[in-house]
Design a protein around this ligand. Sequence first.
Ligand code: NDP
Length: 483
Amino acid sequence: MSSQSAVLAVRNPRTGTADHSITISAREEVAEKAARLRANQRAWEAIGVQGRCGVMARWLGAVKARAADIGAADAVDTGGCHTSYIQGFITMGNIGGWLEDAPRAFADLAWDTMSTSMPSVRVESQVVAFPITGVISPWNAPLMLALLDAIPALFAGSAVLLKPSEVTPRVIEALFETVREVPELAAVFDYVTGAGAVGQWVIEEADTICFTGSVPTGRKVAVACAERLIPCNLELGGKDPCIVTENADLERAATAVLRGAVYATGQVCYSVERVYVHESVHDAFVAKLVEKAQAVRLNAENPRAGHIGPFTFAPQADIVMRHIEDAKARGAKVLTGGEIENIGGGLYMRPTVLTGVNHDMEIMQDETFGPCIPVMAYSDTEEAIALANDTHFGLTASVIAGDAEEAKAIGKRINAGGIFLQDTFLTFAKLRTFGSDSFGWSGYGSPRIGPESLRRFLRRKSLLTQTGDVADIQDDHHLGAGQ
Ligand code: NDP
């Protein structure tokens, strides 16, 4: 057990300089925070969902008052993605949504009925929250992806110990200014800082884990949870395909593909990462895509202007370049973009369109997480579906066809959790109501959105009351022994 506390420099993605630092939590600090949360969680659970809604409504007010500061901190952390500036409002929407949904979700989990298999036995439910939910979150969309799990866990009655990415800690510090304004919440919601080792300590202290991040780290998290026999919910990467059919409106398709692939510099788990276009329209589609890609502006001069910002995490630029170089070495052509530009210390890349790609290339197999759009021609629908499904991942997929019915027929055959038809990037449309399961390497555990996602933080008990006579040991035929 380490008792060292060290300071870690944090890079600013726009300047490339370290202008912030965090103190790495020592093992003892993680244990102490967990113990405090565990002790306070009992009262948090005991006040019931209505009581918690009252506290969370006060927190909503505190977030509202500081929404601009939260957005500004997120923008410094990420380098200034458009959605960064509205993170305070997104958080308000998240809390407000659960204020409406949590009481109903609890009601849906309750039952009180007579058993059908033993009619004299009354069966009642009781739900019990996991005392501590550990949330381990990534550097992309750092606030949103931490709170997508933390907020419903708190509504469920869990205490939450958060370990944000060491790359983007500023926004969490801004958020906790608001948490401290609501003492009942601060008693059950805390965070620790540091890299992978601190994440592992959170797993050692928690009763259930929600992790969002890469596949290699997700595997380590799953193994650590398995060792402790605690539940593990993983939201991992993607290599999300988009199919464009010969009947598609190419203007629409190029617009949707560009947005889906390069929004937030492609640093989105459900970005379009590979595109399959019918051979008869391949060249026309590519021409439109390149034209649109070249009109995209970097936001280097002004983070609130332009379309895309710098890489949030500098090593990601190396991964993206490695994929591009590998593709070029194997015969792909870069039609536009394809280079890292260092502007004032920030690392930028313009939308990069590649053709002549195939599935031997890293850029068609591994998550790139950059503004790259590799386009491959296919000759018939069966081939397009086979190519889309030729992956270990299964987060989302898109189909843009002549009409919605044609798109749906193809989409139903793609192995992914969210299928976007006639557009890309529709994940937000699911948020309040619909959970879906990711396939393969993209996810593990229960859905994180929709009312049923609250269930991840609750254990269900059955209270079984015998309302009739107690059976004698000699008279157990009513138990269904069948003789
Ligand atoms: P990582 O897997 O590198 O890190 C995720 C979190 O895990 C960070 O807080 C990290 O800490 C921590 N961590 C690192 N090592 C360990 C360990 N051994 N045990 C416990 N925790 C550890 O992911 P990134 O931060 O690079 O995020 C990008 C990835 O996240 C992409 O693959 C992306 O697709 C995926 N993602 C998935 C989403 C989804 O909903 N499916 C949504 C968004 C992103 P630190 O950073 O401090 O080292």
